[in-house]
Design a protein around this ligand. Sequence first.
Ligand code: FAD
Ligand code: DLZ
Ligand code: SF4
Length: 510
Amino acid sequence: MSAPRLVLVLGDQLGEGVAALRAADPARDLVVMAEVAEEATYAPHHPRKIAFVLAAMRKFAARLRGQGWRVAYTQLDDPDNSGSITGELLRRAEEFGAGAVIATEPGEWRLIHALDEVPLTARQIPDDRFLCANARFADWAAGRKSRRMEHFYRVMRRETGFLMDGDAPAGGKWNFDHDNRKPARDDLLRAGPLRHAPDAVTREVIDLVAGRFADHFGDLDDFWFATDRDGALAALDHFIAHGLPEFGAYQDAMLQSDGFLNHAVIGLYLNAGLLGAREVCEAAESAYRSGRVPINSAEGFIRQILGWREFMRGTYFLEGPDYTARNELGHEAPLPPLYWGAPTRMNCLSQVVGQTRREAYAHHIQRLMVTGNFALLAGVDPAAVHEWYLAVYADAYEWVEAPNVIGMSQFADGGAVGSKPYVSSGAYIDRMSDYCKSCDYRVRDRTGPRACPFNLLYWDFLDRHRDRFARNPRMAQIYRNWERMDPQRRATILSEAAALRARLAAGEVV
Ligand code: FAD
Ligand code: DLZ
Ligand code: SF4
């Protein structure tokens, strides 16, 4: 019999249909899965994320064995563990006399390059779990002056047929965002995400992670994520029944008492491979077709997956390995310690960072308009912002995190993802949340000792980057407002903002 090949299955490739498994032969080949320190520490991942990935890996390995695969599985505390994916491939190659590796292409350049360099014959097969292949995205992007998600999304709607009535978009419009801007009310009942009690396998992993990564930012108690496909499917069903009907209306809202609102909390399951993008979109469309959810919710939700998620993946691979080093605005300030839990008087940041520490989760607007907005306004080095987001969220993998952070949130790619930077003063946060009511700062104060820092830094940011943005048609009105302001007031804003940035840079509590 010919020598076995090693079939690499990474911690975010946990589906039976993954390309490497389809290309392999269970009678001949050996699946390699490895819990390794390098993957837990290339960014200091939240312990909840590490526990989720490792527990899901253990259960997936058991499932593969049940289907007849031979699996060489390395646990984190195995004394022979080499500590890296390539180290484990080499160790298993020697142990089993294998010379070839079959891998599904990883979602990160770092690992793609590491596999290219492993001294074995390693074949990396395109990861076809996505609705738009990288080659298709490159084809769509070719020759365009600018790439915008909304254009891409319409192409995807047509190509996949999701929410189409013949040639026309269901409901008569491509995008129902206009109906999706309501602030949330505290007294509305929401089911929240489905919570799963950890079983024995998960509990063992939690103990291991708690002992090994106690120095990483993030809580591990009351762990409730699903860690297998059945649990992830139950979470999806729960969301479709209870969250999706009102998903659209409250998509942008933020509430101090509820960090989840009607969000699906399935990003971690999708990205790890426990759920597929197609089945999630199908579930949402079928709820719409059967009259269980309105079009603004179904469309708003499907756009996130068919539009944004695929657009971000295409962007990551099209932009290439240097994307995470981009810094078009030349921002160099250090990430303020408040991001790692140091005290802050800004209630919005304290709430979002606190929730992130507890849950390894924040929803899109919290990530974009609170933590992301503040880092951009404060001129933080985008590489440091990128490392933070990659570490702290359970759904963070570089292919999706980097275009969201370097591109959408920090504008460090100069506009490859968005046409203008997502910056706002405190007024936006006040309109969409209840954070400002319990803040030391006053959201209506533009200057003075209690002026909301977002207000000061907002004008300061626009002023600093006037050359780049003043001619952007979507920002012209804002610049006109700034020019019309009393010169004395403008000078006060700029000097107070400079003092604030100096205090942030010195690590003072702000
Ligand atoms: P929902 O709001 O319920 O949306 C449903 C699904 O749509 C998500 O699960 C996700 O798969 C997809 N989706 C929504 N928005 C986006 C988007 N902008 N890009 C890609 N997919 C999207 N998403 C990640 O999966 N991983 C990340 O590391 C990540 N980092 C982000 C960083 C920043 C600064 C910002 C602004 C957004 C980031 N996002 C990231 C996108 C989005 O915030 C999360 O996908 C979402 O909050 C996950 O929670 P959910 O499952 O409840 O999503
Ligand atoms: C995120 C993660 C973690 C924490 N641990 C492992 C691991 O021990 N073994 C593994 O195969 N994968 C892990 N992962 C997921 C990888 O980091 C992920 O495959 C790459 O970042 C590419 O997306
Ligand atoms: Fe945040 Fe400003 Fe509102 Fe305070 S007043 S919660 S700092 S936006």
